[in-house]
Design a protein around this ligand. Sequence first.
Ligand code: SF4
Length: 487
Amino acid sequence: MNLILNNNDYHYALESLLRVFFPDVKINTVYDTTADSFSGDYALCDLQNNADKYILLIEFASGSFKKSKTKEFSVKEDLYKEGELYASQLLFLLLSECYNYSPKWGIQTGVRPTKIFFNLLRNNTREQAIEYLKNELFIDEKKCLLVQSVADNELDIINSSDKSRFSLYISIPFCPTRCSYCSFISHSYDSIKRLIPEYVRLLCEEIKAFSEIATQHKLALQTVYIGGGTPTILSIEHLDNIIKCIQEHFDLTELCEFTLEAGRPDTLDSEKLEYIKKSPITRLTVNAQTFKDETLVKIGRNHTSSDIYNAYKIARELGFDNINTDLIAGLPNEKVEDFIDSLNKTIALDAENITIHTLALKRSSFLITRDKVKGKTVAETEKMLDKAYEILLNNNYIPYYMYRQSKSIGNLENVGWAKKGKECKYNIFMMEEVQNVFGAGAGAVTRLIDSKSGKIFRIYNYKYPFEYISDFDEMINRKHLIENYLD
Ligand code: SF4
């Protein structure tokens, strides 16, 4: 499908919105209004200026039908921002009419809906901020309530941070096998195990480099998150190398949370869990995604529901009191009842955190087709989330952080739920971008809040373990960039 832009460059907003309606269609943005661009399906955004007025035209054509909408406006402050907003609104209304389908998040396609809400609150009352979400971004009433709840629930934790603190993220991008829906840069263990000793050695070097920066700038480590991938695919010896390195090089007196993302339950046995329990780790994730064995096979997870129960049983016997479990709504062939059954089983395990993800269609060809997305699957996934939220609230879980991924079914969200007092601080700091996060390992990102402008800057590590190892020195040399953003 062509996205044809004339006299404007609203490609990011309009492309993102087209993807909500057409998740598996390739969108080509063209700035060419000759006849060729109009052959086949297209969306046109044309902006014309007449004296102090601007006229926006959005036209959409697919197969034999063609529809358009126009809006005339005067610029209040910023032509780009206002034009982009109106163009998105027109396109949304047009597509909603054509397909009789209104995505719940309206024209909001970004990762962090709560951040938008917090930004609005800087210059608006709470009521005005909510009105804006509803009337300008076309966000559904229930989702507006969700945004408010999450924002309210995370506020104390946001306020517990200041610029003298930071978090450390450690990336272990290896998994036992690759799940069919995975969009993450993760490598199956067998294909990469020979690299792991060197990877762990260099990871420790990088952690040391961060510790020098932290010491120099008197930064206190507040949270650590070892994520993946499946970090517990590592041997006890390698996990111990990493954890000891953190203990040796950082002052941990202010550390209030240390998460280890086990991910796959089949990588946890008594020996490993005993080791983890004796380490400074305070929070564990045992990710189920679903308790339906048939689905687990279909999505290539290579474990069963009994592995989930087994990991929980051992962890509880050892005294773990903060476990997160991820579930995914919208997995192939799962009905609302299947998803709710998995949720009820997770609640029965007394999980302190439950993260509900919506399936993202990154590898849609394996799992789902466009017709399913536009039809039954979206409605079913919406029902799964609605029902799940009701059950979670009734069981005293609170929504405490959220984010959205592109190409998720129906443009729906991912929400972390927790029992009060068990919220994951790292997730909030990272998602709301309120704290510096140093990221170590392949694919990790260091996120820095510029001490002068307050803007967010990112320094990316090499994505793949091979490059991480081969170009490590060059990557370490880039660490000096961090100094530019710290006091
Ligand atoms: S466990 Fe997670 S990171 Fe690993 S392959 Fe599956 S989805 Fe990807």
